[in-house]
Design a protein around this ligand. Sequence first.
Ligand code: ADP
Ligand code: MG
Length: 241
Amino acid sequence: MGGKNNNMIIANNVSKQFGKLKALDNVSAICNKGECIALIGPNGSGKTTLIKSILGMVVPDSGFITFKGENISHNWLYRDDIGYMPQIGRYPENMTIGQVLDMMKDIRSSKKELDEELVIQFGLKEILNKRMCTLSGGTRQKVSAALAFLFNPAVLILDEPTAGLDPIASEFLKAKIIKEKEIGKLVMITSHVLSDLDDLITQVIYMQEGKMIFLKTIEELKMDTGETKLAKAIASVMLKN
Ligand code: ADP
Ligand code: MG
């Protein structure tokens, strides 16, 4: 778990209801620096709602979330320290890639040094003049990923990051995630492609019907299930539930 100073994000009994549906049902979790946490669970289990609650895009009905020890409600500055890669990135479609990057730099006006590693590795510098509306799904994903890392945030939240990326780009992204984790950042990833996560993740949050069924280290999960591959370990858990 790590000491108190390692706590980056804490969810305390967070619940969120949409009509009669409990999207989040009393979810509690501690997420620390240097962890790479996979958020796993069936469709509709509350993964995106949890991510959006952390980002302040969804306000819990009860419970609360802290970021670096501070309650995030009525606070927005903490978001400067989060890089978010949405599942589907939406951009002004007539803008070029270069204009989108410049616009984000203006909005964030971050004093931190920019991290352009993915911009360069993904070859985005060569296509800065392409308009967003002309991009393939994979190239759009590259822009989203590059933006998430660009401002050197302490926390990275990636929703299905490797979906649609070509294998080379996917490997660049995975290497980047590992590198950032190793320098103490917190990375949270949702993915349906569990084989993509094997070398990356340190813990797993498993969600079902809005409930957090468990938060385990990868070692605990493998020990509990007797499986060495994440996909098999998760399949074993799903069969039991
Ligand atoms: P997941 O990301 O695990 O697929 P979500 O967090 O997106 O699941 O959704 C959890 C449940 O909450 C789903 O049943 C979904 O339909 C519902 N839900 C999510 N957002 C809203 C919303 N804004 N209004 C109504 N229902 C919602
Ligand atoms: Mg989702």
